[in-house]
Design a protein around this ligand. Structure first.
Ligand code: KG4
Ligand code: ZN
Length: 362
């Protein structure tokens, strides 16, 4: 069974074909990086407009790359939330049109569930199964969620939210701190590449203490602590020099950035990354202990972070930790097609009243 996935929840127009939830046949992602870069973040209006232009060729490419014809596809899966409403609507409308024209079922997928299934897909592709119940940490620019994930019968997945961010998502914190330091957008990959040159133990950055649910996260105070540090250290000149570089070069090299980044700033970056990583790991370990899970899943854009991968892999104790490959960690449509396959098997189809829900929960 060939399933077409469509993902347009934020700033990537993506389409992919997955065979029977276990074999990735094509994965096309059209990035809007160059459009949003100059604004230092995603501009929703521009994102929807770009999706409109990209959606038809991206889907065509995905079907072509899979070596299939439109008539071979057995269902169309699409992200219906959470995300930017205008962006979601583009994918949703096109998916409905395809479902109607091809006379195949339409399946609405929660983007966050998609991130979890990126891992399930790749493990299946390698001939392995993720052990459930699992602790699933989804960390991206929009979400920082901890779930207790169960699979009670083949294809029957259930998720219990154990903790979430009360303010900024982890990826958002990376992006905001990078912007503050004049390092360009998106910040996560840039800070990841610079952090190894700094001392992660040099700057103490306090984290909010959570009242109520101790598995919740808060990253906005961390960003303020970095801002305070930047002000106290009078870093304006070096920040301006990096801003100029970020404006003139879309992807500055580490060497270019290092020339403009003194050691104390590298130490600050390393300390920031260390603090975020530590917090994510600490919560995940605690949740895993409390809920008697058999494995851990870490997914979403921030799961690309090399220090995060290293620490989870080394320090997750008795639990095997599963990450998606880098290309399936950030937004893609393979994860949407993968999450839809169990729904297809169980006949959980959507009708044409399926609506975009910007704050859809899992
Ligand atoms: O999953 P994703 O592509 O989109 C959302 O659903 O938000 O995640 C994008 C986020 C951005 O905030 C980006 O800075 C962050 O993931 N990110 C990283 C890394 N690569 C991407 N954060 C830390 N380290 C990285 N290597
Ligand atoms: Zn995402």
């Amino acid at each position: 069974m060939y399933l077409l996935g469509i993902e347009t929840s934020c700033d990537e127009t993506a389409a992919a074909v997955v065979e029977s939830g276990e074999r990735l046949l094509s994965n096309v992602v059209a990035s809007q990086f160059d459009i949003h870069r100059r604004y230092g973040g995603v501009v929703p209006e521009l994102a929807s407009r770009e999706h409109l232009g990209a959606i038809v060729p991206v889907v065509r490419q995905a079907v072509e790359d899979a070596g299939l014809a439109y008539g071979d596809l057995g269902a169309v899966a699409v992200t219906c939330g959470p995300g930017l409403v205008g962006s979601l609507l583009v994918g949703l409308c096109y998916a409905k049109a395809l479902s109607l024209a091809w006379k195949v079922p339409l399946i609405g997928v929660n983007h966050i569930e998609g991130h979890i299934h990126a891992v399930v897909l790749e493990q299946k592709q390698a001939g392995r199964e993720v052990e459930f119940p699992a602790l699933a940490l989804v960390v991206s620019g929009g979400h920082t969620h901890l779930f207790y994930a169960r699979c009670t019968a083949p294809g029957d997945y259930h998720y219990q939210l154990l903790g979430r961010t009360r303010d900024d998502a982890a990826g958002e914190a990376f992006d905001k701190v990078a912007k503050l330091l004049g390092l360009g957008y998106p910040g996560g990959p840039i800070l990841d590449r610079l952090a190894p040159y700094g001392n992660p133990g040099s700057v103490r950055l306090p984290l909010a203490c959570m009242k109520g649910n101790e598995l919740d996260f808060s990253f906005s105070g961390l960003k303020t602590a970095v801002l305070r540090h930047v002000r106290a250290a009078a870093m304006d000149e070096e920040i301006e020099r990096r801003r100029q570089l970020a404006r003139s070069t879309s992807r500055p090299t580490v060497e270019q950035l290092l020339v403009l980044t003194p050691q104390p700033t590298l130490d600050l970056i390393a300390s920031f990354q260390q603090t975020v990583t530590e917090e994510l790991l600490r919560h995940a370990l605690r949740a895993a202990e409390e809920h008697d899970v058999r494995s851990m899943i870490v997914s979403g854009g921030v799961a690309c972070n090399s220090r995060l991968r290293q620490r989870f892999t080394r320090e997750a104790g008795p639990w095997p930790v599963y990450f998606p490959s880098l290309s399936l960690s950030t937004d893609n449509a393979a994860m949407i097609a993968a999450a839809a396959y169990p729904k297809f098997l169980r006949g959980r189809f959507s009708d044409f009243s399926l609506a975009a829900d910007p704050s859809l929960s899992l």
